[in-house]
Design a protein around this ligand. Structure first.
Ligand SMILES: NC(=O)c1ccc[n+]([C@@H]2O[C@H](COP(=O)([O-])OP(=O)(O)OC[C@H]3O[C@@H](n4cnc5c(N)ncnc54)[C@H](O)[C@@H]3O)[C@@H](O)[C@H]2O)c1
Length: 310
């Protein structure tokens, strides 16, 4: 039986739950939200969806104890309304995330859970570091989605620029998801060709392209008020890599021993979570960007710990 829990059933958690059910990826799905009515409504809606499917997912709501034998628990809780509140978004996100993790971590661990924790909640790398600290699960079993979605966006943007498939673009966006992420151009190839050669033939402005990749999330949020399908798709990729013991390298937020925190870096994913960080030799300016990202995460982690309700 494949059992998955989702904590937080807003735009992101609901999109993920829907995809897990319609793709038949979970046999049991535990749905938990601070708001009982939301969890109840999602359960009913997903059960209706299943009436037309050939797969079946048992849906259980509002029961942390049910997480004891879950393979994977995804944290997708948050409060999207902070984007409209006019407050300092960065500070508000840190406060909201620290409350969520301080509330969820002990309940997850009290259940006896010993599977893989996947964190989506922003600020993703900071929250994932804090989550591991509070659960004390082995680093291998705690992951954040990190720069996986940003890497998908980067590959899509380059593919569009070159009129090719995103599947033919390999390489990574790395570092701290969103504010301090960077395109690791040295890692990117199109077929066997380094990306800079391919883009030079198109006279592409790399700075403008990187900005467009970075601004994509805000364009989505400006348009529909939140972003959900991209991150749900990225999380499904990660969940399938875990279940199939894929040994595939994905740019997720995993434990970095040098910096002692979670950060977006190429990580081999398999049945037990993060099998290992895949070493890459970055040129000096990209290594500096990575180190800057790590400092950014550390500063925000200090603020999160300081604002923690515990
Ligand atoms: N990592 C990424 O790439 C990425 C991409 C998109 C969104 N996100 C993040 O995902 C999170 C969720 O976004 P959203 O748009 O779904 O938000 P949302 O406001 O629509 O939904 C959040 C849900 O979490 C629930 N919740 C809040 N605190 C809770 C708690 N302590 N326990 C259980 N449930 C709780 C709320 O009741 C709500 O239903 C945010 O932090 C957002 O920034 C991350």
């Amino acid at each position: 039986m494949r059992k998955i829990g989702i904590i937080g059933l807003g735009h992101v958690g609901a999109a993920l739950a829907y995809t897990l059910v319609t793709k038949g990826i979970a046999d049991e799905l535990v749905l938990i939200d601070r708001n009982d009515q939301v969890a109840h409504g999602e359960k009913l809606d997903l059960e209706d969806t299943q009436a037309g499917l050939t797969t079946h997912t048992q849906i259980i709501i509002q029961d942390y104890w049910q997480l004891r034998d879950a393979d994977i628990v995804v944290i997708a809780a948050g409060n999207i309304s902070i984007f409209d509140s006019g407050v300092n978004i960065q500070q508000a996100e840190l406060r909201v995330a620290s409350q969520i993790i301080a509330e969820a971590a002990p309940q997850i661990m009290l259940s006896g859970f010993n599977g893989i924790l996947l964190n989506i909640t922003n600020p993703c790398d900071v929250s994932t570091t804090y989550l591991q600290r509070l659960t004390n699960l082995p680093h291998q079993q705690v992951l954040g989605t990190g720069t996986l979605l940003d890497t998908m966006r980067m590959r899509r943007a380059i593919a569009e620029e070159l009129s090719i498939s995103p599947k033919d673009v390999s390489g990574y966006t790395l570092g701290a998801h969103r504010k301090a992420q960077f395109t690791a151009w040295s890692t990117i190839t199109v077929g066997t060709q380094p990306i800079k050669h391919a883009l030079a033939q198109h006279c592409t402005d790399l700075v403008a392209l990187e900005k467009a990749i970075h601004d994509r999330a805000w364009q989505i949020i400006d348009g529909k008020g939140f972003s959900s399908y991209g991150i749900a798709g990225a999380t499904i990729t990660l969940i399938q890599a875990i279940y199939s013991d894929a040994h595939v390298t994905l740019p997720v937020s995993s434990w970095n021993t040098d910096h002692q925190l979670y950060i977006g870096q190429p990580t081999m994913i398999g049945r037990t979570g993060a099998l290992r960080v895949v070493d890459i030799d970055l040129p000096q300016e990209e290594q500096a960007a990575f180190n800057h990202s790590a400092s950014y995460i550390q500063q925000n982690l200090d603020l999160m710990v300081a604002s923690s309700p515990q």
